[in-house]
Design a protein around this ligand. Structure first.
Ligand SMILES: *[C@@H]1O[C@H](CO)[C@@H](O)[C@H](O)[C@H]1NC(C)=O
Ligand SMILES: *[C@@H]1O[C@H](CO)[C@@H](O)[C@H](O)[C@H]1NC(C)=O
Ligand SMILES: *[C@@H]1O[C@H](CO)[C@@H](O)[C@H](O)[C@H]1NC(C)=O
Ligand SMILES: *[C@@H]1O[C@H](CO)[C@@H](O)[C@H](O)[C@H]1NC(C)=O
Ligand SMILES: *[C@@H]1O[C@H](CO)[C@@H](O)[C@H](O)[C@H]1NC(C)=O
Ligand SMILES: *[C@@H]1O[C@H](CO)[C@@H](O)[C@H](O)[C@H]1NC(C)=O
Ligand SMILES: *[C@@H]1O[C@H](CO)[C@@H](O)[C@H](O)[C@H]1NC(C)=O
Ligand SMILES: *[C@@H]1O[C@H](CO)[C@@H](O)[C@H](O)[C@H]1NC(C)=O
Ligand SMILES: *[C@@H]1O[C@H](CO)[C@@H](O)[C@H](O)[C@H]1NC(C)=O
Ligand SMILES: *[C@@H]1O[C@H](CO)[C@@H](O)[C@H](O)[C@H]1NC(C)=O
Ligand SMILES: *[C@@H]1O[C@H](CO)[C@@H](O)[C@H](O)[C@H]1NC(C)=O
Ligand SMILES: *[C@@H]1O[C@H](CO)[C@@H](O)[C@H](O)[C@H]1NC(C)=O
Length: 816
């Protein structure tokens, strides 16, 4: 039993690890305990009334998880009282008492007063610089302060067993910038406590910074991140499974999470599933909410998760009734049935006015609701809700009030329940490719059911049928999708599926190993990538990486279905693409006729979007490093899907460039700085993309191409034609009439911008997409890399020659 932990003495560690006993005191007054204090093996986790902790002393939780005491952050000259992880090498502070009132010297004293307040005094003059109590706090009779292993410091009344559950005071109620497992982020409505994040000014200064993140409860609760008063980001409301605007928050192996909403409390909380895991959620000094995970092997914090932050997360970017879709260019569009309020401003990329109903509403009883799928639900600050109503009751209620503009369930789990109503303009809607929420929006009678299920090629917004007949995006199906644990397949399953990796099943060779076609027992076709066994990567790292990659989802990326780790084998299982690689079309005399210009353009745009997602929109920053025609697969509708990004290099948050001694890639697509020095960055991919574009336009391989007259390679040839203003000569013969000349010229121009010699001159994928989609003038490209005026031989000489149909990736190359 917990009571008989034999050491009841108060021991306080000195900072220098030298232990001294300051005071021995009974915690449980009614028990007579034999004093064993001098040899006590436990650190003290408690502080008793009138006891003082000095600068060189700390309090340590029972299992030694956390430590409380004075500290000096980084380069700061100030001293604070805080709580940090006891066993991590660098003090990672999770809570600060006097963040705004630091001491400037070491003569501070932390005391638990006889009234039960924790106070920090400046010992030189006796002034209180911080106190846990204020005038409205009632005093505690026999107070005890205790640092728990959760990282919570609590003050409770001696002798009351239950008081630890509901302490008089706890540090968890006064969050700084960190949410630990078990902490409640949100409201205690009874006590009026609003636990929220306030960023630190900097890593060296824990003072309250400009960013806050709190649960707003003026309507249906949602998390709002602000810079001062300005709203930066909204989580969207809790839909029963996750926040509408954070689709990445999914069940996982490390922690589970809940959102509690009742008359007493409204909060978000997460708890560890594996207690050995160390994780925290922090609002960084720059205002980014970040989930960090302690890596035992690397001995550092690594990013586990941060909400996707693409341009569409910027609050209300597209104005009222506008919807933001990062896969489109431009990102803003009006919802179906709506039109720009100010067409002129809209055309000039000023979306602030937003959209309005194409056919205005006039409170006609025949008005109704159309169903919109895959959305981030709009701002709920002026919404109304009832958690027990059904969807049918909800519709009735919304219909009966003409100012009600939209409704949906509050809880999509199960068959869906609850009612959430919006009044007035719908703000800050985002459209996802999948797994978004459903919203029923009021439209005029004539617009009812005026919907199209077809996703047009350029028509971005997913818009699906009427409420009653719509099955495919039923919320019921969503809960299954949430469970995104990546399946682990057995080696024997894959041996069977691929006919023991028979040569006949081999589809090709990727940058990281051969790829085989396989058929699972249930008939599903798969592509199995068998990673070369030379990898030095540890198993744990591989697993982590695969789990991260499985979260990459974009319609222009090949989907990862599972993986296999057995004995020395590491394999990745992807969806099978029946149309194979783009190379089998554009470089094939007869097949190439099937790819007309609109299809080619569609493919170019798709690749650009997939690459942008890898570079920027996914939480990992991924550099593909082996982008080439044969790594672009085509689905049955000729949508391009980038493959082989699986083992590409992922970068942490701000890293933009790296160096490798293992150059992977394919000659003809490799940027000069990469092939030469092994330096790679997103601009290395941009270069390869440029080569791809030229190849798609021209239907020739950069590498195989040698101009009959001047011996230029494809890039050199394209550059020459561009300078002479005759770029159209580059266009593949088979394209004939189908070309849209301005679009072709623009594509070539952008391609040449991408293959410029200096990485800093090349555009980012964001601007590539922008340039391809706009009509404005383009900058002039500078001379391309790997363009050898007289001859193409220089670089390519002595390189590995592959058969004409099979471009080999170079997996090792003795870099410098
Ligand atoms: C509290 O501590 C101060 C100084 O440490 C001491 O003078 C005082 O008597 C103590 N009060 C009680 C009630 O123990
Ligand atoms: C801690 O510091 C105080 C004053 O700064 C000093 O008087 C005391 O001896 C120190 N305690 C130990 C154990 O070093
Ligand atoms: C005192 O604390 C309560 C809650 O702990 C808080 O709501 C109140 O604003 C505080 N009052 C002052 C004057 O700081
Ligand atoms: C915080 O806000 C103040 C006042 O608006 C501004 O001067 C300061 O630069 C901001 N700090 C940061 C880190 O943004
Ligand atoms: C989360 O996991 C913990 C530990 O396994 C468990 O006690 C708790 O009930 C779980 N909570 C939820 C909401 O699933
Ligand atoms: C710990 O601090 C040292 C010195 O500031 C730094 O070099 C090291 O990277 C830090 N380690 C971690 C895990 O943050
Ligand atoms: C919610 O709706 C139910 C069923 O319509 C009703 O009984 C209940 O009183 C409503 N609750 C609130 C708070 O309006
Ligand atoms: C419609 O809803 C609004 C907002 O809740 C409310 O102010 C108004 O009184 C309602 N009108 C009717 C007719 O119920
Ligand atoms: C949401 O619905 C599910 C399934 O009906 C239910 O188990 C859960 O308690 C509901 N959540 C809330 C917050 O009402
Ligand atoms: C349906 O929508 C289209 C445009 O999206 C519009 O042109 C057409 O008039 C609408 N049909 C009806 C019956 O309102
Ligand atoms: C889930 O979706 C499938 C089609 O994708 C449909 O056949 C099935 O009925 C749906 N299940 C539920 C429970 O709605
Ligand atoms: C698969 O092939 C390997 C060698 O290529 C052979 O050693 C192994 O026995 C084969 N396994 C099966 C199940 O046929």
């Amino acid at each position: 039993m917990f009571l008989f932990k034999y050491c009841k003495s108060v021991t306080i560690y000195r900072m220098m690890e030298e232990r001294i006993v300051i005071k021995a005191k009974l915690i449980f007054g009614f028990l007579i305990v034999i004093y064993t204090s001098i040899t006590c093996p436990f650190a003290a986790d408690t502080v008793s009334a009138n006891q003082t902790v000095r600068y060189n002393e700390t309090i340590i939780s029972a299992q030694e998880s956390f430590e409380l005491g004075f500290f000096r952050p980084g380069k700061s000259m100030n001293f604070y009282v805080g709580i940090w992880y006891k066993n991590l090498p660098n003090k990672t502070v999770v809570w600060v008492a006097n963040r705004n009132t630091p001491l400037t010297h070491t003569s501070g004293e932390l005391t638990l007063t006889l009234q039960g307040a924790l106070v920090i005094r400046d010992a030189t003059n006796g002034h209180v610089v911080w106190s846990s109590a204020n005038s409205s706090t009632t005093s505690v009779k026999k107070p005890i302060g205790q640092l728990l292993d959760t990282g919570n410091f609590i003050i409770y009344e001696e002798g009351e067993g239950i008081s630890q559950e509901d302490p008089k005071w706890q540090s968890f109620d006064f969050m700084t910038d960190t949410l630990l497992p078990g902490m409640k982020f949100g409201w205690n409505l009874i006590k009026g406590i609003d636990r929220h994040f306030t960023s630190c000014k900097s890593v060296d200064d824990p003072a309250a910074g400009n960013f806050t993140s709190r649960i707003d409860i003026s309507g249906y609760p949602e998390v709002i991140l602000r810079d001062g008063q300005e709203i930066l980001f909204r989580s969207g409301p809790w839909n029963g499974l996750s926040f509408s605007g954070t689709p990445n928050l999914k069940p996982n192996q490390y922690f589970n999470f809940t959102f509690v909403l009742n008359e007493k409390e409204i909060y978000y909380q997460y708890n560890l599933i594996q207690t050995s895991v160390i994780t925290r959620l922090v609002l960084s000094p720059s205002g980014r909410p970040e989930r960090l995970l302690w890596s035992e092997s690397k001995q550092e914090w690594s990013f586990y998760d941060a909400p996707e932050t693409d341009a569409c997360d910027q609050y209300a970017l597209c104005g009222p009734f506008g919807s933001c879709n990062i896969q489109n260019s431009p990102a803003c569009s009006c919802l179906k049935g709506f039109e720009p309020r100010s067409p002129h401003q809209w055309r000039n990329i000023d979306w602030s006015q937003g959209c309005r109903h194409s056919i205005p509403l006039d409170c006609d009883p025949a008005e109704g609701f159309n169903k919109y799928s895959n959305l981030k639900l709009p701002d709920t600050r002026e919404s109304w809700y009832n958690q027990t109503m059904t969807l049918v009751e909800c519709e009735k209620m919304c219909k009966s009030n003409c100012s009600c503009t939209a409704y949906t369930n509050t809880n999509i789990s199960g068959t869906g329940s609850g009612c959430l109503l919006w009044f007035g303009p719908l703000m800050d809607i985002k459209t996802y490719a999948e797994n978004g929420d459903t919203l029923y929006i009021r439209v005029s009678a004539s617009e009812l059911g005026n919907v199209s299920n077809k996703r047009t090629r350029r028509g971005p917004l997913q818009f699906t049928g009427t409420p009653e007949h719509e099955q495919e995006n039923d919320p019921e199906n969503k809960s299954d999708d949430e469970d995104l644990e990546l399946p682990l397949l057995g080696l024997s399953t894959l041996v069977t599926a691929t006919n023991n990796f028979s040569v006949d099943n081999k589809l090709g060779e990727g940058g990281f190993g051969p790829v085989y076609k396989g058929v699972l027992e249930d008939g599903q076709e798969i592509a199995v990538k068998r990673l070369a066994q030379t990898s030095t990567q540890g198993l744990h790292e591989f697993k982590n990486e695969v789990i991260s990659i499985s979260k990459l989802q974009h319609r222009n990326l090949v989907k990862l279905l599972g993986c296999c780790i057995e004995r020395a084998e590491k394999m990745l299982i992807y969806e099978y693409m029946p149309n194979k690689g783009l190379d089998s079309f554009i470089f094939d005399r007869s097949q190439s006729k099937l790819l007309d210009w609109p299809t080619r353009y569609h493919i170019i745009i798709g690749i650009a979007r997939g690459l942008l997602y890898l570079h920027q929109d996914s939480r990992l920053r991924i550099i593909h490093r082996d982008l080439k025609v044969s790594n672009i697969l085509l689905d049955k509708d000729m949508n391009p899907k980038i493959s082989d990004f699986g083992m590409a290099r992922s970068f942490g948050g701000n890293q933009i460039e790296a160096n490798t001694n293992r150059v992977v890639g394919t000659y003809g697509y490799m940027a000069p700085e990469y092939a030469g020095d092994g330096t790679f960055s997103i601009k290395t991919d941009v270069y390869s993309f440029g080569v791809l574009v030229l190849e798609i336009v021209c239907g020739e391989k950069n590498r195989g191409f040698t101009h009959k007259e001047h011996g230029h390679n494809l890039i050199g040839h394209a550059w020459g034609l561009h300078k002479e203003g005759t770029s159209l000569e580059l266009v593949a013969k088979c394209l004939g009439e189908s070309i849209d000349a301005p679009q072709v010229l623009r594509s070539i121009h952008v391609g040449l911008l991408c293959v410029q010699r200096h990485p800093e001159d090349r555009p980012t994928m964001t601007s590539v997409i922008h340039m391809l989609g706009s009509e404005g003038s383009l900058p002039s490209p500078k001379e391309p890399g790997f363009y050898f005026g007289e001859s193409t031989q220089g670089f390519y000489e002595g390189s590995y020659e592959a058969s004409s149909t099979n471009e080999l990736s170079i997996t090792t190359l003795n870099g410098r």
